[in-house]
Design a binder for this molecule. Sequence first.
Ligand code: AMP
Length: 288
Amino acid sequence: MQFVRVIDTISEFSHVLDLARRDGRTIGFVPTMGYLHDGHLSLMRRSRNECDLSAVSIFVNPLQFAPEEDLASYPRDLPRDLQACEAVGVDVVFAPPVEEMYPEPTLTTVSVAELSERMEGAARPTHFAGVATVVAKLFNITGPCRAYFGEKDYQQLVVIRRMVKDLNQPVEVVGCPIVREPDGLAMSSRNVYLSDEERGAAIVIYRALQVGAAAIFAGERDATAVARLMADIIAAEPLAALDYAEVVDADDLRPITSLEPGSRVRLLAAAKVGAPRLLDNLGVEVPA
Ligand code: AMP
């Protein structure tokens, strides 16, 4: 028995949310690409707790994948996702086909300069324009709401916050903590690609971040040294191919060299472990 309402057209989804707002209900919105895990569900639970109506979108957005990336093989399981949404009390799921979102090639894109250019943006030059464009479309379709994003994709969260601010979108962006497997690996839909051996090796990314954070707490104030420490740990894992390990300002992602007491920084790392590129990050407040 299915109680969650599943909608696949833009007009119906917008209409349902308009009606709810007209009744004075607040809207919580969780954009996803599906293949849901506990990380996604934590955003949905938060929305349920804080808003009157919770809507989830499930859409694997072609615009944010480069031609050589894993769009075709990205894991999908809509029936299982709908059960998960239902179990956490989501009210509406918007699961449009690609033709509904992109009936013709899009000529208009949203790009957030500077914030999109380093780290994930350097590895995937068209990625954030694809993300910002689809999220802008989804926000226009959804209308005023609180939108829940995971810190798992920290650079994405900062990019979306800035887009909302720059474009005066009527959306309150809520960042939510990273949900991890018991051993610390950040949950990700792409973890299903990992072989048993790679799954064991993948934990090196979180371990590197923890060692970086511990160095700061032990008094290290040279951010470059912290970044090098993290990079060395990941590079020492034969199954991991390091992409980057960085220490940046937590608010604007500015690369930093010196860790100022009391400042908020973010340690971020990405590495390929087997086929998938895995990302992780950790927030640190530099001790005064
Ligand atoms: P995705 O389906 O990968 O596009 O992710 C949809 C949303 O879930 C994004 O805001 C992600 O940051 C968030 N998310 C993904 N994995 C996690 C996680 N392990 N913990 C918290 N949020 C997550």
